[in-house]
Design a protein around this ligand. Structure first.
Ligand SMILES: [Fe+2]
Ligand SMILES: [Fe+2]
Length: 234
């Protein structure tokens, strides 16, 4: 079984597991503070892309198992958007359409071209790891904690999935180019982390995570990703 088959099987079994557990109890309602609600609104938009571009590229690789895994991956992200949307509704908050950070993300991806189509979302996924952990550990609302835990479970699988593909994608690149890409990526990741830490600062503070702590906790997670993609050994 190739790596792509393993990933497909992994996503399939996650989908089966999800099918077996009941949805969060939306009807119990939710109480979110304005700072947390506004913060969740932004992540909800970020999770809600249709993934058509990514799927098309996965199909173009000719690797059917990988394309199948990417479809399931996109479905998981859409499920995150759905759950966050229902959480907001349960708390009496609307979903929003586009947040400026989201627009910047999409622009950057288009600008940087195809290979980076995976690198930018990978930055978002690493930040998401720390963000959803903050919601899961520091949230005061049971529904919020339930949704955050479910999403965190998925995101923990998404990061290695993206790393694997990126490692394959950069394997043939000359050392010098890899060096430039690696450090450009590092810089981008740092910049985005700082922006998110400030943009979501008041929500994070309510969750017990200071801006500085958010940045210093996220940074090593990103170091692991760089190691997995560009390191000498996997
Ligand atoms: Fe997600
Ligand atoms: Fe994800």
């Amino acid at each position: 079984m190739g790596k792509s088959d393993i990933w497909r099987a992994d996503f399939e079994s996650a989908a089966r597991r999800r099918g077996q557990i009941a949805d969060p109890e939306w009807e119990r309602g939710s109480v979110l503070t304005p700072a947390v609600a506004r913060s969740v609104q932004k992540f909800q938009v970020g999770e809600s892309g249709d993934g058509a571009h990514l799927i098309a590229e996965a199909v173009a690789t000719g690797d059917h198992a990988y394309a199948a895994a990417v479809r399931l991956f996109v479905a998981e992200e859409q499920n995150h958007a759905r759950m966050l949307g229902r959480l907001l509704r349960a708390a009496g908050w609307a979903t929003v359409h586009a947040d400026w950070t989201d627009v910047v993300f999409v622009r950057l991806r288009r600008l940087l071209g195809l290979r980076l189509e995976l690198m930018i979302p990978a930055v978002a996924e690493v930040i998401a790891l720390r963000y959803y952990r903050a919601l899961a550990d520091g949230g005061h609302d049971p529904l919020l904690v339930d949704v955050a835990r479910r999403i965190l479970d998925d995101e923990q699988r998404h990061v290695p999935f993206q790393c694997h593909r990126l490692r394959v994608g950069f394997a043939d690149f000359p050392r010098a180019v890899r060096f430039i890409v690696e450090n450009g990526w590092r810089l981008t990741a740092f910049g985005v982390t700082v922006v998110v830490a400030f943009d979501h600062g008041s929500a994070l503070a309510e969750l017990g995570v200071g801006r500085r702590q958010f940045i210093s906790d996220t940074w090593p997670l990103f170091g692991d990703v760089i190691g997995a993609v560009f390191g000498d050994r996997q």
